[in-house]
Ligand binder design. Structure first.
Ligand code: S2G
Ligand code: ZN
Length: 454
């Protein structure tokens, strides 16, 4: 069936060999079979459109593929689908300083965009550990968050215009990069976070902002988790935070061992927070720290004295995911409102210890956004299948705790294949019905990323 692709793509832009299928047919998840029928590399919007028309005519199923750094199986092809890679649509094609807009093809690597912005004297603030390989199209399709959401928001906040090819082959130029446009439903926001299920994101007008002044980093130690949120609100009452991340002692042990890093503080604590703020706010930040020390909320703290030290403190947080990878962690990416956070963490910790006394739990995440990353580490004596099976057993109870607090079962990693069966814990039946109706309008033949999200 995928032979008809040869009419659209020259031999150099279509791959069917086993290595290519294995490489492009997956993302960072490792718990799903990988079995695409081909990988194609379009270079223009018109080629993507022709492919969608062909797919509708011949019943091909298409899986969009960017940097393949996804963590929910959103870019995995398991049933003979055709993977559509944007590796060759990776150019920055426009820059309008007066609008502070840069127009990118979907395959632009996030870090390439960040570096381009900086060279023009601007800043693209969305950042996370995988920015060196993730692509803008995938960041948009999952509404990626990362480490500076508390100050700059999610990817959604930075997309002024979006060109998409819908599942019916329509090319939509959504919002045209306008700041103001009160002409009905903003379809841009339908495609942002749609995980490739409504159409292909092919180009984006990305907003840039001013380069922030030099930043300072603080790492604080906490005896108990509740202290972290008191510290968050105290600091926020005094300064603007660029980041407020947290991680547990076990996370710190894993990342200092893996990356051979110095521990940040003389004594160890159960929890740590990493704060980043403008250097000009250092006096207020130090006063805030003294206050939190006096209140007994924190046990100790360190303030970066150089960019190099700030970078090594950041490694303690940004290196966690990579440090845990050898333990094949079962990941949960949860969010509740910050008010709910202390009690939520207690009940989840209690549930986990009762259910898995023999599993190591690693807590870390963007606590300033109400986003917790809970990683359960695989014991050496359990196979991946057994381990993931046992972790999945607890999901209904875990997601009930999220649902009771009107939280999200997927804060930033997306639903993909991994969380699809649990979507009802965060979306109502009416919402799911509307989402399915929207899918049927934009992708009536179900060619777009089948089986993902819905
Ligand atoms: C983080 C990165 C992905 C992961 O470190 O904030 O979102 O492994 C994560 O959880
Ligand atoms: Zn994260």
């Amino acid at each position: 069936m995928s032979e008809s692709l040869d009419k659209l793509f020259s031999p150099t832009r279509i791959k069917r060999d086993a290595d290519a299928l294995a490489t492009w047919g997956c993302d960072w998840t490792r718990s799903f079979p990988v079995a695409p029928s081909a990988v194609v590399f379009p270079e223009t919007i018109e080629e993507v459109q022709a492919l969608v028309v062909l797919a509708n005519a011949e019943g091909l199923q298409l899986v969009p593929s960017g940097g393949r750094t996804g963590l929910s199986g959103g870019a995995v092809a398991s049933h003979g689908e055709v993977v559509v890679s944007f590796d060759r649509m990776n150019r920055i094609i426009g820059f309008a300083p007066a609008d502070r807009l840069v127009t990118c093809q979907a395959g632009v690597v996030t870090q390439t965009l960040q570096e381009f912005a900086e060279r023009q004297g601007y800043f693209y603030p969305v950042d996370f550990a995988s920015s060196g390989s993730s692509q803008l199209g995938g960041n948009i399709a999952t509404n990626a968050g990362g480490i500076r959401v508390i100050r700059y928001g999610m990817t959604r906040n930075w997309i002024a215009g979006l060109t998409v090819v819908t599942g019916t082959g329509e090319i939509l130029d959504c919002n045209q990069g306008l700041v103001k446009n009160a002409t009905g439903y903003d379809l841009r926001h339908l495609f942002i976070g749609s995980e490739g299920t409504l159409g292909f994101i092919v180009e984006a007008d990305v907003r840039l902002t001013r380069i922030p002044e030099p930043q300072r980093v603080m790492v604080l130690g906490f005896e108990e988790f509740r202290g972290i949120l008191k510290v968050l609100s105290h600091f926020q009452s005094r300064i603007e935070l660029s980041a407020f991340e947290f991680f547990s002692e076990l996370a710190l042990q894993k990342v200092t061992a893996h990356r051979k890093l110095q521990r940040p503080l003389a004594k160890s604590s159960p929890f740590y927070a990493l704060l980043e703020f403008d250097a000009s706010a250092v006096a207020d930040a130090s006063a805030a720290f003294e206050h939190t020390l006096g209140e007994g909320w924190v046990t100790d703290g360190v303030l970066s004295q150089s960019d190099a030290q700030a970078a090594s403190l950041w490694q303690l947080r940004e290196g966690i995911s990579e440090s845990l990878a050898p333990c094949s962690p079962y990941k949960n990416d949860l969010s509740v409102r910050i008010t709910e956070m202390p009690e939520f963490l207690d009940v989840v910790d209690e549930l986990m210890r009762a259910s898995y006394p023999d599993f190591e739990l690693v807590w870390y995440g963007h606590i300033g956004d109400g986003n917790l990353h809970l990683n359960i580490l695989k014991p050496d004596d359990l196979s991946i299948e057994e381990f993931y099976g046992r972790c999945r057993e607890i999901n209904p109870r875990l997601f009930e705790l999220v649902q009771e607090r009107r939280g999200s079962i997927s804060a930033e990693h997306g639903v993909g294949l991994l969380k699809k069966e649990f979507l009802e814990y965060s979306r109502s039946p009416a919402e799911l019905e509307i989402m399915r109706a929207l899918k049927s309008v934009l992708d009536p033949n179900g060619i777009m990323n089948p089986g993902k999200l819905l």
